[in-house]
Design a protein around this ligand. Structure first.
Ligand SMILES: NC(=O)c1ccc[n+]([C@@H]2O[C@H](COP(=O)([O-])OP(=O)(O)OC[C@H]3O[C@@H](n4cnc5c(N)ncnc54)[C@H](OP(=O)(O)O)[C@@H]3O)[C@@H](O)[C@H]2O)c1
Length: 499
């Protein structure tokens, strides 16, 4: 199969698969708010560097860092380990996000850079804590920087609940059109997440069995081995449900279960995704414990090292009841998925870092093999490993090479790196490229947010209104969460996979 450039294979070189993307012609300028911070250093600038090395970025572009920290251009440049030719295009200016006057100065700096680089298209990247999204957007607007040719990128979390998400949206929509707004959920930029779509919609044989006639249940796990690390301030105000479920988890669920869009263009794909999210059955608040389990990590041992409890971490309240683990069961009320349970779990300080989706098929109805009851035959399972070792596996039964007819489960694995021989690009490379190209397909739409908050808001309200009843269950660090999470699935005669 030839790609859009007519290539039969992805070129294998230093820049990996990015090398085959044509150079962008349209010049652009990117203003990064909060450019003194972690995301800029760890993700945004390395992604820009890879796009630059792959000769994808246009001849004319600039990057302007904007934050409260006092520093000059040279100090700003010295923070990054990138191509010198890229750094030449970097400069820095101080802004106070709350102060409209500093945005007037920002406009002068931006106008000057736009003239120097011959740029009309501006990208504003809000790489700051969510509390300052609103003042930045309002001040951009007051300074007249929200022109027709500008775009704005915002990072999760998009609000704290339905009300604050709506307020943020109102401010955004007053200043920018929907086609100018790029709400990043970086999971959608991952190759393996996008591959779920190719697997489902470029193959006939799987789509035919992708429904309640064949699928017994689906499990999604987003596990982290690490604890809260240096993000206690953020996490104490957020918790795991908002941090992982409102965005990454629901987006993965939607890609696994959505109907085929008529084409992979922005609106048709995004509309099917939202339609699916709308079909998720609301959680019964009166009986919430039987649907959602909250957990928080206690002390434990990870890789032979004794680690502190969440409440003992620096910056965390001694009696914090913030959840670091959530397991839930949900149903999708539509023709395709009616009756199929979805078990989702995510947490910190679990035994390892892994994100996987397991589509578990029904057991065979009757075993013809003596002494092997069908209940002992593990069902077929298709597993998408999204990180860290990106892969797709199919588990099926084979005959053991011995006298008799003894089945054994084995796994047929496709590993991205083994087959393509290239390092997969970081999600931010793909997403920044799409922002520069103005393609919103892989970004969340306003109604994505609305629907996901409508689903989770009643849960958060119930937790807040009765903290004693919903006190998180403590689980030892280095385990797969509290025993209540096991009961959630075992009550239904199933069990969690051990990824
Ligand atoms: N880091 C990640 O891996 C990651 C991943 C996904 C999403 N995100 C999201 O991306 C955004 C940026 O993340 P980050 O990790 O880069 O954040 P960060 O390092 O905590 O903050 C970025 C910059 O924002 C400014 N800032 C910090 N606290 C502030 C406050 N209370 N009020 C006003 N300004 C403040 C600081 O710059 P000045 O003091 O110089 O103004 C800081 O350098 C956040 O919304 C985060 O949730 C981050």
């Amino acid at each position: 199969m030839r790609c859009r450039l007519g290539l039969k294979e992805c070129p294998k070189n230093d820049a990996g698969i990015l090398r085959c993307f044509p150079k962008i012609e349209q010049p652009f300028g990117m203003v990064i708010f909060g450019a003194s911070g972690d995301l800029t250093k760890r993700k945004l600038v390395p992604a820009l560097n890879r796009l630059f090395e792959a000769e994808i970025l246009p001849e004319r572009f600039f990057v302007l860092g904007a934050a409260r920290t006092r520093m000059g251009d040279e100090e700003f440049r010295s923070r990054f380990n990138t191509q010198p030719d890229l750094l030449k295009r970097f400069s820095y200016t101080r802004v106070d996000y709350q102060n409209p006057d500093t945005f007037k100065s920002l406009k002068r700096v931006v106008d000057d850079l736009m003239k120097r680089f011959g740029v009309r298209n501006l990208i504003f990247y809000l790489s700051v804590p969510p509390d300052v999204y609103v003042p930045i957007i309002e001040n951009l607007s007051k300074a007249g920087l929200n022109t027709e040719t500008s775009r704005i990128v915002i990072e999760k979390p998009f609000g704290k609940d339905l009300k604050s998400a709506r307020e943020l949206e109102q401010v955004l929509q007053r200043s920018f059109g929907e086609h100018q707004i790029f709400r990043i959920d970086h999971y959608l930029g991952k190759e393996t997440v996008q591959n779920i779509l190719v697997f489902r919609f470029a193959n006939f044989i799987f789509e035919e069995i992708w429904n309640n006639k064949f699928v017994d249940h689906v499990q999604i796990t987003i596990a982290e081995g690490i604890g809260v690390e240096h993000r206690a301030g953020y996490f104490e105000n957020t918790g795991l449900l908002r941090d992982i479920f409102q965005n990454h988890m629901l987006q993965i669920l939607a890609l696994i279960t959505m109907e085929p869009p008529s084409s992979f263009n922005g609106e048709s794909f995004r509309s099917e995704r939202v339609k699916l999210l709308r079909s998720i059955r609301p959680f019964p608040v009166e009986d919430l414990e039987n649907w959602i389990v909250r957990g928080q990590y206690g002390r434990g041992t990870v890789n032979g090292r004794v680690v502190p409890a969440y409440r003992e971490e620096p910056g965390v309240s001694k009696n914090s009841s913030v959840e670091t683990f959530v397991a839930m069961k949900l149903f999708i009320d539509n023709w395709r998925w009616s009756g199929v349970p979805f078990y989702l779990r995510a947490g910190k300080r679990l035994p390892k870092k892994v994100t996987e989706v397991a589509v578990v098929f029904k057991r065979i109805p009757h075993s013809i093999f003596p002494n092997v009851p069908s209940k002992d035959l593990e069902p077929n399972t298709i597993i998408f490993t999204i990180q860290p070792n990106e892969a797709i596996s199919l588990e099926f039964q084979v005959k053991r090479p011995c006298p008799g007819m003894t089945p054994q489960l084995l796994s047929m694995d496709f590993r991205y790196e083994d087959y393509f021989g290239v390092k997969l690009p970081d999600a931010y490379e793909r997403l920044l490229l799409d922002v520069i190209l103005g393609d919103t397909t892989l970004f969340m739409r306003r109604d994505d947010l609305e629907v996901s908050w409508e689903l989770l808001d009643p849960v958060l309200k119930a937790w807040e209104s009765d903290p004693v009843r919903f006190e998180p269950h403590i689980y030892p660090s280095g385990t797969w969460g509290p025993k209540e999470a096991d009961l959630l699935i075992e009550r239904d005669g199933r069990r969690w996979r051990r990824p």
